[in-house]
Design a protein around this ligand. Structure first.
Ligand SMILES: [Zn+2]
Length: 89
């Protein structure tokens, strides 16, 4: 639903795929995680990075941290959405 182009320092949100304002903000929070990592000179593309970005989305949506079982679901979603990433945690 969004992407961070580090070369151009641009976050794109594909609003045709976000139905509500909360979904749009959620995507911005996810991509913001990648921006922060990039600005700190850290690796942006990894399984653990996507998992953390998804966890931040969860915290925004539900106003709490995910439970153990919910983290397992997030982990499975990252596996499905980013099959190219090796699990590194
Ligand atoms: Zn991401």
């Amino acid at each position: 639903m969004g992407e961070f182009d580090a070369n151009k320092s641009v976050v794109r949100i594909f609003m045709q795929n976000t139905v509500t304002a909360d979904e749009t903000v959620s995507v911005l929070i996810h991509e913001g995680r990648h921006v922060t990592r990039h600005l700190r000179g850290r690796r942006m593309s990894s399984f653990s990075e996507e998992l953390r970005a998804r966890s931040l989305e969860f915290v925004f949506r539900y106003r709490r941290r995910p439970t153990f079982n919910e983290r397992q679901i997030l982990r499975q979603e990252v596996r499905e959405f980013y099959p190219e990433l090796e699990e590194d945690e």
